[in-house]
Design a binder for this molecule. Structure first.
Ligand SMILES: [Mg+2]
Ligand SMILES: [Zn+2]
Length: 238
């Protein structure tokens, strides 16, 4: 009887906002009600968790008569970054295990992926669960609880990634993590030699990684568009 753990060549992990999508899904919705910006910034100042602020924003939008159809219309202008769809098609064609870990929410991500026929690319999507209630109001909850001191209280992407790898009963020759933001730093610092951090140029993650006192084992590759990512993934799949 063999008890060996199967090794896959690659696991690819994507953040969503400013990584796959060319903008922030949460702040995008302020286009429907510009006064939301003020409410968001006041609640941030008083230390509210971002997910709770969004839940409040959704109920405020509902109070102004904004419906699911309005959200869908609002998101029409939010596109995927150039080259990301090509990268997704490549990963699907090579059957590479690919996941999303995002601090957005399940409704926004599912909607945008389905709109652009990308839903089959991702084996798992880890994000804050959102749903529409009977009154037509969107609600969002924290993804999980964790003990991490540096991540927002609703989501530690390092914990999600470690649990995903443990559950998959596989090891990976290379983990490729594609991200841009502060929330991507914690999982990236847990990556090992042989792994890759694809950090968007000009964004917080890359600046943090390049800062001093940052102990990074994985190789850092800056990117500007999805085509840079596609190039690296092609090489790793050869
Ligand atoms: Mg992001
Ligand atoms: Zn963390």
């Amino acid at each position: 009887m063999s008890s060996e753990v199967k090794q896959e060549r690659l696991l690819v992990v994507f953040d969503f906002d400013h990584t796959l999508a060319n903008g922030n899904t949460d702040t995008w919705i302020t286009k429907m009600l510009p006064s939301l910006k003020q409410m968001i910034s006041e609640h941030r100042k008083s230390g509210w968790c971002w997910t709770n602020i969004m839940d409040k924003a959704f109920s405020t939008l509902h109070g102004h008569g904004i419906t699911m159809a309005d959200y869908i219309k609002c998101f029409e202008s939010l596109k995927f970054i150039d080259g990301m769809k090509e990268t997704c098609s490549f990963l699907l064609s090579k059957n590479v295990p690919t996941i999303i870990i995002s601090d957005s929410n399940s409704y926004f991500i599912d909607h945008l992926l389905a709109r652009d026929s990308l839903q089959d690319v991702f084996r798992d999507i880890y994000t804050n669960p959102a749903s529409w209630d009977d009154c037509g109001c969107l609600n969002v909850e924290h993804y999980h609880k964790h003990q991490c001191k540096v991540c927002p209280q609703n989501l530690c992407k390092r914990k999600v990634l470690q649990e995903h790898v443990a559950q998959s009963c596989q090891t990976y020759k290379h983990i490729v993590y594609v991200g841009d933001g502060h929330g991507d730093l914690c999982p990236c610092l847990a990556l090992e030699h042989g792994d890759y951090i694809l950090a968007r140029e000009g964004y917080t993650l890359l600046n943090n990684l390049l800062g001093d006192r940052c102990d990074v084992k994985a190789e850092i590759v800056p990117w500007k568009s999805g085509f840079d990512i596609l190039q690296l993934l092609r090489m790793l799949c050869e």
